[in-house]
Write a protein that binds this ligand. Structure first.
Ligand SMILES: [Zn+2]
Length: 380
């Protein structure tokens, strides 16, 4: 049997955790659903197979019973720093790659502090739509915005970021199209007027967003910088029909973007085979295997891991948790990722598809080495 517990992980996509870790049951449960309706934390999360499993794991960690109220009492009695240090420390993490675009940074631990408490490296992702929203609010002239945007996307590694991330699947869909500058400028004028009127902006103006994304892709290609795309499963804010990674075809076909590694997040769930297929066909496409979010059970995680390993070359797969808000998610995802990848590789050994040495190297590549290459990270 393969034992992967000794392999440190690069969590290639996760989020900061909240500074305030004191939570009642409803607050805690609301972290474990992508549904926005209050009936989920009140009624349904408690019966989700994922959550039941999660409670049993954390109970073992805290040395208490698996009753939710007991687990909450234990974690609420702990200082947040101690909570983070014990969970992240037990996860054996090489590097956390953090999307600082969500949750809001004034409510969260900084990447630097998470690295200190986790005794690991911390790297950052620049979320493109967040930058676009800030610039649309701050500028009334489109050319000024373009200049500032272009500067904001330059020298990105010197500014501590190792990749861009796009949540366009949450806004106007992965079918990012080509628009003329005039169309983009009209779309900007609409967005800006709306933003000034309401004092805030949720950017969902397709010509503007697509136009600015193409600029970001050129900037990424120039810097050999990876771009992560949210694909598949998300809350109801995403139109899942347009979260299918096959919609990225026009972007993936662009020869000028070949030096921009594309990372399809969240195993494109439930479009897992399609995402793995893209990684098998396009040299610059990588497929992220995420083991905390989406909140699916072990059998489903085994299924997508089998599909990924069965379809795409091992060198195209990378591990993540997508952990957010509470540090238990980062911990449990690291443990479960190693466990599930190990189980699938064991099945492949038994099926005479791979030998034990190859299987261990495959696990090292998925958990650690491929992400180090793709994001150009240093060994700690
Ligand atoms: Zn995420």
């Amino acid at each position: 049997m393969l034992d992967l517990t000794g392999i440190p992980v690069i969590d290639n996509h996760c989020h900061p955790v909240l500074l305030n870790q004191q939570m009642d049951a409803l607050q805690f449960r609301s972290n474990f659903t992508e549904a926005t309706d209050a009936s989920f934390p009140e009624k349904h999360v408690r019966t989700n197979i994922y959550y039941t499993w999660f409670l049993r794991q954390t109970a073992k960690f805290y040395g208490c019973s698996a009753r939710e109220e007991e687990i909450l009492a234990v974690r609420n009695s702990m200082d947040a720093d101690v909570l983070l240090e014990s969970l992240l420390g037990a996860s054996h993490i090489d590097t956390l790659i953090l999307d600082t675009g969500y949750p809001l940074s004034d409510q969260c631990y900084t990447p630097e502090r998470m690295g200190e408490l986790g005794h690991c490296q911390a790297a950052k992702l620049l979320r493109l739509e967040t930058l676009v929203q800030q610039l649309v609010l701050a500028h009334d002239d489109f050319d000024d915005l373009l200049e500032r945007y272009s500067t904001g996307l330059s020298n990105i590694r010197e500014r501590g970021y190792c990749a861009f991330k796009s949540i366009v699947a949450y806004r106007t869909g992965l079918n990012v199209e080509r628009w003329g500058k005039d169309e983009a400028a009209r779309s900007f004028a609409e967005a800006h007027t709306m933003a000034i009127r309401s004092g805030r902006l949720r950017i969902a103006h397709k010509p503007l967003l697509d136009y600015l994304l193409h600029i970001a892709f050129r900037k990424a290609a120039e810097q050999q910088l990876p771009v992560q795309f949210h694909t598949g499963y998300g809350d109801s804010d995403t139109d899942m029909r347009l979260g299918n990674p096959l919609h990225l075809r026009d972007v993936l076909e662009q020869p000028e973007y070949r030096s921009m590694p594309v990372v399809l997040l969240h195993e494109s769930y439930p479009y897992c085979q399609l995402g793995a297929y893209l990684a098998a066909i396009y040299p610059h496409v990588y497929f992220d295997l995420s083991y905390t979010i989406p909140f699916v059970d072990k059998l489903e995680m085994l299924a997508f891991t089998r599909q990924a390993l069965g379809v795409a070359p091992v060198s195209k797969l990378m591990f993540s948790t997508d952990g957010i808000n509470v540090p238990e998610m980062h911990w449990v995802g690291a443990m479960r990722g190693r466990n599930i990848i190990g189980q699938v590789l064991n099945e492949m050994i038994a099926a005479d598809e791979i030998d034990e040495g190859e299987a261990y190297s495959a696990a090292q590549a998925i958990l650690l080495f491929t992400a180090r290459d793709v994001y150009q990270l240093k060994a700690p």
